[in-house]
Design a protein around this ligand. Structure first.
Ligand SMILES: Nc1ncnc2c1ncn2[C@@H]1O[C@H](COP(=O)(O)OP(=O)(O)OP(=O)(O)O)[C@@H](O)[C@H]1O
Ligand SMILES: [Mg+2]
Length: 353
C-alpha cells in the first residue's frame, strides 16, 4: 500500500511544482499592473509650489504659468486620456537674456512634475561631424521614453528632455550650407509630433536667440508653450533670491547678523538672478581671503559693515558711472556690467589688491 501512496505523493508534487511558476507569474503580473495603476500620474494643480525649497527666486509667475499650461491635461486619468485621445503638451520653449534663470527653471521642472526621468543636454553636444551621429544622439535621448510608452501606454511616467542652447541645433532649415542641421530638426520633430510621436515626453528648449529657430518648431504640438523669461526680478523677487542664496550661510552661522537682506534687495535694482548669485559668491570669496571692509566704510559701520554691502555700494557707483557713459553710446546691459564687475573684483582679490 506504500507504493501507490508514494506514487500519489510524487504525482501531486510534480503537478504543484509545474503549476507554481504559472501561479507566481500571474500574481506578479497582477501585482505589477496594480503598481502601474498606482503610479498613474495625477497632479493636483492647487497644491502651491514651495519656491524657496526649489531654490528659485522671483519667478513665481513664470513657474505657476508653466505648471498650469503644461499640466492641465496631465491631471486627467490615463483612461480619460485614452478615451478622449488627448495629446499632452510636449514642448516648452524658454527664452530671454542671459542669467535670468532659464536653465535653473528647466532643471527644476522635472521634480515639479514628478517626472520619471529628466535628461539635460547642451545643443552643441549633439553636433557631430560624422553623418547621422547627431540624429542618432537625438534618438538615444528619446529611447527610454519610447520603451516606457510601449510597455505602459497611457500609464507611462513623464520623461523630461531639456535642450539647453537649442538654437545651436535647430536653426531655420534650408539656410545652412550643410544639411546636418535640417536633419536634426526633422528628427526632433518626428519624435515630438510625427509618426513616431510620443505622449509621455516633455521637451524643454532653452535659448537666448529664439529668432534663429525654425518656425516649424513653434507650431502647436511642438514647442507650443513659449515663455519669455526676461524680466529682471523686482524687489520682492530679489529678496527671495538673496534669501535662497544665503540660506546655507545662515544655517551654518556664517551670515553676519548685521546683514540686512531687505536693504540689499532694495539696492540691487537691475540685477538679474545671476548678478545676485555673483555678488554673493564674491562676498564669500572676499571673506575667504580675509579681506576687511575699506577704511571709509569702516567709519560708517553702523550703516554698512558687511562685505556684501560695501561691494554693492561700489558696484552701484560704478553702475551709475557706466550708465551715464553708456547712455551716450549704445544700449546699457546691466547683466554684462555685473558680470564684468564681478570678474574684475575676483581678479583683484586673487592678486591681493
Ligand atoms: N531666479 C533665480 N533664483 C535663484 N538663482 C538664480 C535665479 N536666476 C539666476 N540664478 C542664479 O544664476 C545662475 C545662472 O542662471 P541660469 O543659468 O539659469 O541663467 P540662464 O537664464 O540659463 O542664462 P543663459 O541664457 O546665459 O544660459 C544660476 O546658477 C543661479 O544660481
Ligand atoms: Mg542657461
Amino acid at each position: 500500500p506504500a507504493m501507490p501512496q508514494l506514487a500519489l505523493a510524487i504525482f501531486c508534487a510534480v503537478t504543484i511544482s509545474s503549476l507554481v511558476p504559472g501561479i507566481v507569474g500571474a500574481i506578479y503580473c497582477a501585482w505589477t499592473r496594480r503598481k502601474q495603476r498606482k503610479r498613474t500620474p495625477t497632479y493636483d494643480l492647487n497644491i502651491p509650489i514651495d519656491y524657496n525649497a526649489l531654490g528659485i527666486g522671483g519667478l513665481d509667475k513664470e513657474l505657476t504659468e508653466i505648471r498650469r499650461r503644461a499640466l492641465a491635461s496631465r491631471t486627467l486619468s490615463p483612461q480619460e486620456v485614452e478615451e478622449m485621445e488627448i495629446e499632452h503638451v510636449r514642448g516648452i520653449l524658454l527664452y530671454g537674456p542671459p542669467g535670468t534663470g532659464k536653465t535653473l527653471i528647466a532643471r527644476k521642472i522635472g521634480g515639479l512634475l514628478k517626472a520619471a526621468s529628466t535628461k539635460i543636454v547642451n545643443g552643441p553636444e549633439i553636433l557631430d561631424k560624422y553623418v547621422g551621429v547627431s540624429e542618432q544622439r537625438i534618438r538615444e535621448l528619446f529611447a527610454a521614453a519610447e520603451c516606457d510608452q510601449d510597455r505602459q501606454g497611457a500609464n507611462s511616467g513623464l520623461h523630461v528632455i531639456i535642450f539647453d542652447e537649442i538654437d545651436a541645433i535647430c536653426k531655420k532649415r534650408g539656410e545652412m550650407d550643410n544639411h546636418v542641421n535640417d536633419t536634426i530638426v526633422d528628427q526632433l520633430l518626428a519624435k515630438m509630433d510625427g509618426i513616431e510621436q510620443l505622449n509621455n515626453i516633455l521637451v524643454i528648449g532653452i535659448t537666448n536667440l529664439p529668432e534663429l529657430l525654425d518656425s516649424a518648431l513653434l507650431r502647436p504640438g511642438r514647442f507650443e508653450i513659449q515663455m519669455k523669461v526676461i524680466n529682471l526680478p523686482d524687489e520682492a523677487g530679489r529678496l527671495q533670491i538673496f534669501e535662497i542664496r544665503t540660506a546655507k550661510l545662515k544655517e551654518n552661522n556664517k551670515l553676519d547678523g548685521s546683514v540686512n537682506l531687505k536693504e540689499l534687495a532694495k539696492k540691487t535694482k537691475q540685477y538679474s538672478g545671476a548678478g545676485i548669485a555673483g555678488l554673493i559668491t564674491m562676498a564669500d570669496f572676499k571673506r575667504a581671503l580675509g579681506e576687511k571692509p575699506k577704511k571709509k566704510e569702516e567709519k560708517d559701520q553702523n550703516e554698512q559693515n558687511v562685505d556684501e554691502s560695501s561691494s554693492l555700494k561700489k558696484s552701484e557707483e560704478k553702475e551709475e558711472k557706466a550708465n551715464m557713459t553708456l547712455s551716450k553710446k549704445k544700449t546699457y546691459n546691466p547683466i554684462k556690467r555685473v558680470r564684468h564687475y564681478v570678474a574684475k573684483k575676483t581678479c583683484d582679490a586673487l592678486r591681493g589688491d
